[in-house]
Design a protein around this ligand. Structure first.
Ligand code: MG
Length: 450
């Protein structure tokens, strides 16, 4: 079978490339590699029960006890695994923001972080084997343990400035995408004394209630509702609520790089400095903002587990990606949608309305280009660009980043598709476009002549 795990676990279309045979073998493989009590949770997809049952059967057949936590956010499962020492690992049944016909399996390590590449590789290797089952008297048991969702919300609330948030008398509109946050995020807002109007908050409803990716185009109902009810903030989760995006009080969708910068500023100010971790692809707006309040930005390769690992190693105060995946180390080292809500509310209470805060940010323009590129040419394209560019400041953290005083360019092959991408960011739109044009031509002529 070879490599199964993508950047976010194993995913596929139900009863085509994701089915009960795969799920059961996956359960056997995970249970053999990370043996012990396994906590299992799902999002709200139609196929959740089917896959959960198959994964659990596989786990029990190799002697693992299964603790089923119900339909809860991925970070709630991660918090349960982290805080229960008897639990060896977690399995989340979710396909995050993918359309409803998809589902997937994601593995959580004993410390609550996403499984490492090494653990995933060991599970993949085991998956390809005939995995022996245990004798009849060693088969694992199955228990439904409710309450992980409430414990997670209590933990988030305990980290926040509850009095200040309550006193502000805020109103928000919350879009749960009929997903895993249906119980936790409304409960969180109630406990914080925030008036919340919830849309797509029905776990029995049609998942996810709008096209599945939490982008501006797919959140028009939320944006309109924020204006209609004069809310201070709009909040939207993806299907498993590890991510969170925001809408300001004027109904404007806030791009993830701006959210990252605003939260980073607030957290660095509250800490009196500190390190913020984000991948090489994130906008420079975060460097400007964090630098202005005495903090420092450190860049990593793309992927939230890499960001989380760097934060652990360096003692970073905040980290995240511009897709709404935000990591708060005082809670846990993984993307956390509920903590993101809490910290954003604090940020508004302390630093003013979100639209004022975004208006104060410097403006950058980004040009993104996508080219077809055979997998076996990807490295050669990178080497060609590296040796043919006139730009001296080169960074090979992930792909090739070229940095000058008035723009940066990131050339990066896709890890999963035969595609090569170029991003250019500059305060000068014309410069961004022309630079992207030039490098796109270089890449295309190299590929066509190769
Ligand atoms: Mg997600």
């Amino acid at each position: 079978m070879g490599r199964m795990f993508g950047t976010n676990g194993v995913r596929g279309v139900i009863n085509q490339d994701m089915n009960i045979q795969l799920a059961m073998q996956m359960g056997k493989a995970v249970g053999t590699v990370l043996h012990g009590i396994v906590a299992v949770a799902t999002d709200t997809r139609m196929s959740a029960d089917m896959l959960r049952a198959a994964v659990s059967a596989g786990l029990m057949s190799v002697g693992c006890d299964v603790v089923f936590l119900g339909a809860i956010p991925t970070p709630a499962l991660q918090y349960y695994v982290k805080t229960n020492d008897a639990v060896a690992c977690g399995i989340m049944i979710t396909a995050s923001h993918n359309p409803p016909e998809f589902n997937g399996i994601k593995v959580v390590a004993a410390d609550g972080t996403e499984a490492s590449k090494e653990q995933e590789a060991a599970i993949e290797d085991k998956y390809d084997e005939i995995i022996p089952e245990v004798p009849w008297n060693m088969v694992g048991g199955y228990r439904h343990v409710p309450g992980a969702d409430d414990a997670y919300v209590d933990a988030v609330v305990s980290k926040l400035d509850r009095e200040a948030i309550r006193a502000a008398g805020l109103t928000v509109v919350l879009d749960c995408a009929n997903g895993a946050a249906f119980h936790t995020s409304p409960l969180l807002l109630r406990k914080l004394g925030v008036r919340a109007v919830t849309i797509n908050g029905n776990p029995q409803g049609e998942f996810p209630g709008h096209p599945s990716e939490p982008t501006a185009d797919n959140l028009t109902d939320l944006c309109r509702m924020v204006v209609d009810v004069h809310a201070d903030l709009g909040i939207a989760h993806d299907g498993d609520a590890d991510r969170c995006v925001f809408v300001d009080g004027n109904g404007n969708y806030i791009p993830g790089d701006k959210t990252l910068a605003i939260l980073a500023k607030g957290i660095v100010m509250a800490n009196g400095g500190g390190e913020v971790v984000t991948p090489v692809a994130t906008s420079s707006v975060i460097d400007d903002v964090v630098g202005s309040v005495g903090g420092k930005v450190v860049r990593t390769a793309v992927g939230s587990p890499v960001v989380a690992r760097k934060m652990m190693d360096d003692g970073g105060v905040f980290g995240g990606e511009e897709n709404g995946g935000l990591i708060f180390p005082d809670h846990q080292y993984c993307r956390d949608g509920a903590m993101a809500i809490g910290r954003m509310l604090e940020c508004i209470v302390r630093n003013g309305p979100l639209n004022f805060q975004t208006a104060a940010l410097p403006t950058y323009y980004t040009e993104k280009r996508k080219m077809e590129c055979p997998d076996d040419l990807k490295d050669a394209v990178l080497k060609f660009l590296e040796s043919h560019t006139t730009i001296k400041n080169k960074d090979r953290t992930d792909g090739l980043k070229l940095i000058t005083n008035d723009f940066w360019l990131l050339a990066r092959p896709s890890g999963t598709e035969p595609i090569f991408r170029i991003y250019v960011e500059s305060k000068d739109r014309d410069k961004a476009v022309k630079t992207a044009d030039r490098y796109q031509k270089m890449v295309e002529s190299f590929i066509s002549s190769a």
